[in-house]
Design a protein around this ligand. Structure first.
Ligand code: SAM
Length: 209
């Protein structure tokens, strides 16, 4: 069992789900709206993979905003996926399914996905470069990635000292430039985004040959 599988056992997963549901509107709704704007030019019946879906709350927002889309939540924690299923059923969202798997070896067919979204998960992947190469593999040509994580560039000086008292800081793993560099290495194009505040947003496109 990997370190992340051990970390996200059922108890920890349920605590995360309860906490995140309290702040769901703030934490997920704005990213979901950005995703919907980015998806506007894609087929309405698109396939979306939510990588590291956790309790499925981003997928639930997307499921409501894009009722014709098929949304697949992938996560390495079976406990999380069970909770994601319960949350989707409770919310009455039926266009969401789950698959157990790692970012670095996704149980998803090549060239099958219109959009990959991932929030607060990249910093946990055992091999981020391999995970992003997998994202590239499963996307259709012209398909897109929308990624959100924590911005290490924000964490300087007093913020590092203050936050370090309350929390381990492993989530602040990447800067925008580092993620953009990895995406370029695995073949992505049109890499855009920002990493100025606490959060890091990156959009990228798999080129059409
Ligand atoms: C901090 S939680 C975020 C969950 C969700 N995206 C959210 O924003 O609420 C990180 C999630 O990433 C998953 N995860 C960590 N490493 C992973 C990997 N290599 N492949 C797939 N999922 C992974 C964990 O199991 C966990 O559910």
């Amino acid at each position: 069992m990997s370190k992340q599988e051990e970390l996200w056992d059922e108890n920890h997963s349920r605590r995360h789900s309860r906490l995140m549901k309290m702040g769901s509107r703030v934490i997920y709704a704005s990213f979901a709206k950005k995703i919907v704007r980015c998806a506007a030019s894609l087929d309405k019946e698109m396939t979306i993979v939510d990588l590291g879906t956790g309790p499925g709350l981003l997928s639930i927002h997307l499921g409501r905003l894009l009722p014709q889309a098929r949304i697949i939540g992938v996560d390495l924690s079976s406990g999380m996926l069970q909770i994601a299923r319960e949350n989707a059923d409770e919310a009455g969202v039926s266009n969401f399914e789950t698959r157990l798997g790692r970012a670095e070896a996704m149980p998803i067919e090549s060239n099958s996905t219109d959009l990959v979204v991932t929030q607060s998960s990249l910093h946990e992947w055992g091999d981020p470069r391999e995970g992003l190469a997998e994202v590239f593999r499963i996307l259709k040509p012209g398909g897109r990635l929308m990624l959100k994580d924590y911005n290490r560039a924000w964490l300087s000086g007093w913020k590092r000292r203050l936050l370090g008292i309350f929390h381990h800081l492993g989530m602040f793993k990447f800067t925008f430039e580092e993620v953009a560099g990895l995406l370029r290495e695995v073949g992505f194009d049109e890499i855009e985004g920002e990493g100025r505040g606490l959060a890091l947003f990156v959009r990228a496109v798999k080129p059409v040959p």
